[in-house]
Design a protein around this ligand. Structure first.
Ligand code: 1HN
Length: 348
């Protein structure tokens, strides 16, 4: 901060600033200390949403508006430090979407990328560019940027999933585009499992052009397979002291993160594990797939159980005490930060 000036200097400066202001100018030296800070000081707050408490609201929304009318019937998880911004972190959006039996959420496309993590119920589908995939709890599903997508529930139970989108990243660059499909549902042009066969079976077509650009061509990562991988890892070697057994979802064509802007992860912590504190610059959103425990986020502490959601802000030390064996899904803007050379982690 600048030293305290003499009164005549101070008033001369204020008068100078008023003239600058009229010409859309501002003195850097008055704000420099807020622009360049020694470490992140996010407005984002640690928070946890107990599914037990918010499920009644989700089901109530199902009685008040149809998926068709809403286009997407979602309750946004708004970070308490960022209210009114439709944001769970400064860069990412999170919501819980409900689709009831018999409903359709109409087809559209946009430049924002979306991920789905299925929280409750089975039998709904999401369709991406002519292919449907059926949802089951724990599945991780991608809607790549600028792909036609719609959802439907031909099953018999309500289905709820977490939506993660890079809304605030795309807004930062003023690069938002969107279109509505001329019909409610896009035609199905490929059978279910087609993209998994072509790209998700340790095989790729010889002329493997990336159909979704930098986003994985595998758009559904079933929980059964991720869970089995975690179980096998846990039988072979020690857990990482910070993360347990933690894996990232990949784009098999590149080996990189499954999406260019959002990284998605799944981790297993054995029963009784008390993880070491760890912090990173990517504020991270979690959905509890299995197990109960306690998460410490800087000075905040929350108990969690399956289907709860919580958020860890940038550079907040996080640790977990797993009362039972826990499986946590998470997502963050890590690939974007890595691409820009910004990502940092500090263990311990
Ligand atoms: C969207 O298209 C979906 O397709 C979900 O399910 C949530 C939030 C903001 C903007 C677009 C979906 C969304 C969204």
């Amino acid at each position: 901060m600048a030293s305290v000036p003499k009164p005549e200097t101070a008033s001369a400066r204020q008068e100078f600033y008023r003239r600058l202001d009229r010409d859309n100018l501002a003195p850097l030296w008055e704000v420099l200390h807020d622009l360049v800070i020694p470490q992140p000081k996010p407005a984002t707050l640690p928070a946890l949403w107990k599914y037990r408490d918010i499920r009644p609201y989700i089901m109530e929304s199902g009685r008040l508006i149809s998926a068709r009318e809403a286009v997407r019937r979602v309750l946004i998880l708004e970070n308490p430090g960022l209210r009114g911004q439709s944001a769970i972190t400064r860069s990412l959006y999170c919501g819980l979407q409900l689709i009831l039996p018999g409903e359709v959420a109409p087809s559209h496309r946009h430049t924002q990328s979306a991920l789905r993590f299925i929280v409750e119920g089975s039998g709904a589908y999401t369709a991406v560019e002519g292919e449907r995939t059926t949802m089951h709890p724990g599945d991780f599903i991608i809607t790549p940027a600028w792909t036609w997508h719609d959802h439907g529930n031909p099953g018999s139970e309500p289905v709820v999933w977490m939506d993660g989108l890079d809304i605030q990243i795309v807004a930062l660059f003023d690069a938002q585009f969107a279109e509505t499909y001329p019909e409610e549902m896009q035609p199905v042009t490929r059978s279910e499992g087609s993209s998994a066969a072509r790209y998700g079976s340790n095989l790729a077509p010889l002329d493997a052009i990336a159909p979704f650009g930098r986003t994985s061509p595998v758009f559904s990562y079933p929980y059964a397979r991720s869970r089995e991988a975690l179980a096998t890892l846990a039988k072979n070697g020690d857990p990482d002291p910070c993360h347990g057994w933690k894996m990232r979802f990949i784009n098999p064509l590149s080996g990189g993160h499954a999406m260019p802007t959002i990284g998605a992860f799944i981790q297993l912590l054995p029963a009784g594990m008390k993880s070491a504190r760890c912090r990173s610059t990517d504020s991270t959103v979690y959905s509890v797939a299995e197990g109960t425990g306690k998460v410490k986020i800087a000075h905040a502490e929350f108990e969690f159980e399956p289907r709860d959601s919580f958020v860890v802000p940038s550079w907040h030390a996080m640790s977990v005490e797993a009362a039972e064996e826990c499986v946590l899904f998470s997502y963050s803007d890590r690939p974007a930060q890595l691409a820009l050379g910004l990502w940092r982690e500090l263990r311990g």
